[in-house]
Design a protein around this ligand. Structure first.
Ligand SMILES: Nc1ncnc2c1ncn2[C@@H]1O[C@H](COP(=O)(O)OP(=O)(O)OP(=O)(O)O)[C@@H](O)[C@H]1O
Ligand SMILES: [Mg+2]
Length: 515
């Protein structure tokens, strides 16, 4: 039934409920984005599943989040259950074949899939500030931190890098303030505390290397099917902000990495954003603007973004207006807000004289939806009451055992499983601190009283708390004399400039002295 230019979605029905015709999503408009909405239990996940199946069969890689674990079954072959076979007959899906799909499981926590990571620099100050829900003043400090890291060549990979940098900034608050504008210790302290909370919530797993290579979510199989990346999101949903920020990061990363392709025959990647309301809920205007912009521009990179959410009102109008392919499942209309949602949803469709859209939305059955896709010249088709086809893969979750086997056999097995901790800001700042401390000790041994090597602030500062409960620096090597000698030279050099002095003081206060 499916051909190579479209995906079979289901069958529309006439006013008397009899079969009307097959409904399709045209692959050439797959990058014009989409929306799947509906109340709980109305069939959103199954619609997502059959769309993902369709894209995969057409050779289009898919990325989707699995909020409840019930999408994971897409990796297994479906079975002929009566209600599914029944549905297949209703929509004239003949033959109704079962199929397992090439799935790569991912998990920010590395438990139910391959770990998925980004570096702190890749995430950037805007998204990090959003993730941490920072105030404007704190966000200003975050921006300064990133600029400083750039200027001083400090690599920001993981959370301990960011913590070390922030400690350093707190120590240098006065000096930095005159250079960049307001940097107050309390605001740096507040950011550091938020970082600790984030770490406790498990976000530390997410920041670091090896970071996700975009190519790994754009794979196809040898038989020409698109890989379906399924992100385990059940645990992740307990931190909705991390969930939303991560997906937003991924979207902007795709946008930045992928080349322009104009209007391809089929998308290069399709990205399903489930529970999309989390992205927009009390998001600041700049962020919504950014989402709007990315959604608008990512189309020409061949990426289709499909938002999945309960209520179309969850999606800002500027974004909504760009979602060309729509699957609207049933909505309830008890409360005024619900009635408004029904009205809005109804008004976004190109009307069908056969039925009243708003009434139909409240009467749709499970796995039934109002469907409108883009047809010739990208014009939305007239809305149709459509019975959605049943999936070819398994409906419902896979077992932990099945998951484990699939993870082991995955094409990225072994690539992301071990964290790599290469030298970055934390290690660099720690090393400088150690060198400075050696120099100081050496100076004290050498001089009686008025040593030339006294470093301002050393020995007087309150030891700052250790970021993330870090261990104190490792014991110095036994060839300390020579190391110290070398260090003295470097300290003398660096103390020459006010910046160097500040680093030495900052590092001593924050890294070497906390025990
Ligand atoms: N196209 C379909 N064909 C056959 N059965 C379907 C179809 N769509 C939905 N169903 C049935 O309805 C059930 C609920 O659908 P689904 O899990 O997709 O709802 P949902 O909108 O995602 O719910 P929630 O908001 O709770 O996640 C499915 O488990 C399945 O039994
Ligand atoms: Mg669901």
């Amino acid at each position: 039934m499916a051909d190579d230019t479209s995906i079979f979605i289901g069958a529309s029905r006439k006013p008397d409920d009899s079969y009307q015709r097959a409904e399709h999503l045209l692959l050439q408009y797959g990058n014009r984005h989409g929306l799947v909405t509906g109340a709980t239990g109305t069939g959103k996940t199954v619609s997502l599943q059959i769309l993902a199946e369709g894209f995969s069969n057409a050779g289009v890689p898919v990325f989707c989040a699995d909020i409840k674990g019930d999408l994971s079954g897409i990796a297994m072959m479906g079975t002929a259950q009566d209600f599914l076979v029944n549905r297949a007959e209703q929509v004239k899906l003949d033959p109704y074949d079962f199929q397992e799909f090439p799935v790569i499981f991912w998990d920010l926590f590395g438990e139910q899939g391959h770990p998925i990571r980004a570096t702190v620099s890749e995430m950037g100050p805007l998204l990090l500030s959003r993730l941490m829900n920072l105030t404007e003043a704190q966000e200003g400090v975050m921006n300064i931190a990133f600029r400083l890291a750039d200027e001083e060549g400090l690599l920001l990979l993981d959370m301990k890098d960011l913590q070390a940098l922030l400690s350093n900034i707190a120590e240098r608050a006065d000096e930095l303030g005159s250079r960049y504008g307001n940097v107050t210790k309390p605001s740096v302290g507040a950011i550091q505390r938020t970082l600790l909370v984030l770490e406790q919530q498990g976000a530390a797993h997410f920041f670091g290397e090896p970071a996700l290579r975009i190519a790994d979510i754009m794979r196809t199989t040898r038989d020409g099917r698109g890989a379906i990346s399924v992100l385990a999101a059940d645990k992740l949903m307990m931190n909705p902000r991390l969930y939303a920020t991560f997906l937003l990061w991924l979207m902007s990363e795709l946008f930045e990495v992928l080349p322009e392709v104009g209007d391809p025959d089929k998308p290069k990647l399709v990205f399903f954003f489930d529970e999309a309301h989390l992205l927009f809920e009390d998001a600041p205007k700049v962020l919504i603007d950014r989402v709007e912009q990315v959604v608008r521009l990512i189309r020409s990179k061949g990426v289709g973004v499909y938002f999945v959410t309960q209520n179309p009102l969850d999606v800002p109008e500027t974004v909504l207006a760009q979602l060309g392919n729509r699957v609207q499942h049933a909505l309830r209309a008890y409360t005024p807000r619900e009635q408004k949602a029904v009205k809005t949803a109804a008004e976004t469709f190109r009307p069908n004289p056969d039925f009243d859209c708003a009434t139909a939305i409240t009467q749709l059955g499970t796995g039934e939806a109002l469907v409108s896709t883009l047809e010739t010249k990208g014009v939305p088709s007239m809305v149709q009451r459509t019975l959605i086809r049943p999936p070819s893969s398994r409906l419902g979750p896979i077992t932990p055992d099945e998951r484990r086997k699939l993870i082991q056999a995955s094409p990225v097995a072994g690539q992301y499983d071990q964290v790599v901790d290469r030298e970055s800001a934390f290690e660099m700042l720690e090393k400088k601190a150690r060198e400075a401390q050696d120099a100081e000790e050496r100076a004290q041994q050498a001089g009686s009283g008025g040593s030339r090597w006294t470093i301002p602030g050393f020995g007087n500062d309150d030891p700052a708390p250790q970021p993330g409960g870090r261990r104190a620096p490792a014991p110095r090597p036994s060839n300390r004399q020579t190391v110290a000698e070398a260090a003295i030279k470097s300290v003398v050099r660096s103390v020459g400039s006010s910046v160097g002095r500040a680093i030495v003081r900052g590092i001593l206060g924050s890294l070497s002295r906390g025990r």
